[in-house]
Design a protein around this ligand. Sequence first.
Ligand code: C2E
Ligand code: MG
Ligand code: MG
Length: 461
Amino acid sequence: MDGDDYQGRRVSVRDIGARKQAEAEIQRLAYSDPLTGLANRRQALERLGQALAASDRSAQWGAVFLLDLDHFKKINDLLGHKHGDELLRKAAERLRSITRRSDTLARLGGDEFVLLAEDLATDQERAAQQAEAIAAKIRSALAPPCMLSPDAAPIEMTASIGVTLFLGEAADREALLRQADVAMYQAKNEGRNSFRFFDPEMQALLERRGALEQALRQALVRDEFELHFQPQVDRERRWVGVEALVRWRDPRQGLIPPMQFIPLAEETGLIVDIGQWVLDAACATLSAWSEHPQARNWQVAVNVSARQFHQPDFVQRVRSTIEHHGINPRHLVLEVTEHVVLEDIDGIADRMHELSNLGVSFALDDFGTGYSSLNYLKHLPIAKIKVDQSFVRDITSDGDDAAIVCAVLAMGRALRIGTIAEGVETQAQHEFLLAQGCDEFQGYLIGRPMPAAELLDFLSE
Ligand code: C2E
Ligand code: MG
Ligand code: MG
């Protein structure tokens, strides 16, 4: 049967059939994931919209699960994309086997899957228990070792799962996915192969971190960091050096201390650039001091983070910074913590020897707070250990702290490594440390960290 279409052209039934088929094909492509045949992100969002409306009518809770396969990238890199794809198909198959008819299972892309579970209980606590049971089911479905090919070793599949509950239409679809993502991120962070509910505090924290990270990147571009210097004195209270301590001058918040941004900078890798800025600024200061009657003899200590130290080109960067500023490398001290050293002791030892051959020396910062395995000290070119301020603080009142400090100082003597106490605030602490043979001192008693110009004024007072 032929008929007129709305434009008056004649079309045959066969045309209509073909068009319907094409439309169905387009629908399929638009709404499903070609690799696994599951729903795709678009369909997941659409279903989630419908689920919200349904939950509004039924007053039943629903849950959005976001799963991310653990170590998928590694498997993909190691075994190749073909096996990677196969693993994703297997995961999809296993997940499909445990979903109910009313559930929606989707692949968002990569190794991320979403499971939308509807019609949970009307009571929130009960709904949460049901969600927990579903997560357990997901994990056990994925658990059996997976054979990708007859000759390859079986692969263990685990996932980190984040879940957020919803009730009614008030929730926003994208926001729910973001919440599930936050929870999943937390599950990953807490050791993978685990499951977490969304926690609004966690989200607030992540948002603050995100904003801080952005601001830190800007700070580098806008050159908002500055160095303060804190004096270090010998047993006769002569100034022998300074420690360079970074600060961030935020245009709105003013001067921000390092503890508020260094940890995040370490996590995000920004510390590599910030650390290079610090090294450069410290060497520039050394160069500026090279004509100063007193300051020309000082050593400047620079804190170096583990991540920065482990950069493949770290030695090269230190060398070229020294050359660029034309400074005497013997005036540069790198302060590292035990964490730097303990990661890969042999590799680190080589690197430290290379640097000390340049003339640079090392101080071991925050000594006593890490693992304090004394064994490595013998193998490393360490000129000084810094007794951590947490021990110095109660040195005159806490017998354990006093004993630790005495042991560290004795060990320094035995190994012929210099000692410096940090955080010396009182005369009593200073006297105790002097009596125990400590070589050098740093702390508010002697002087606070201050800008270079102020430091030189302070000296001439
Ligand atoms: P740190 O290297 O152990 O530095 C000593 C910290 O103790 C400094 O805090 C200093 O201001 C503080 N301090 C000095 N004397 C006293 C005292 O008598 N009493 C007390 N209560 N505190 C004292 P600041 O400048 O806030 O730095 C904190 C930490 O931030 C540093 O600890 C270091 O781990 C890190 N940091 C600072 N600058 C840099 C840097 O340029 N790069 C890296 N990677 N880390 C840095
Ligand atoms: Mg330090
Ligand atoms: Mg320290």
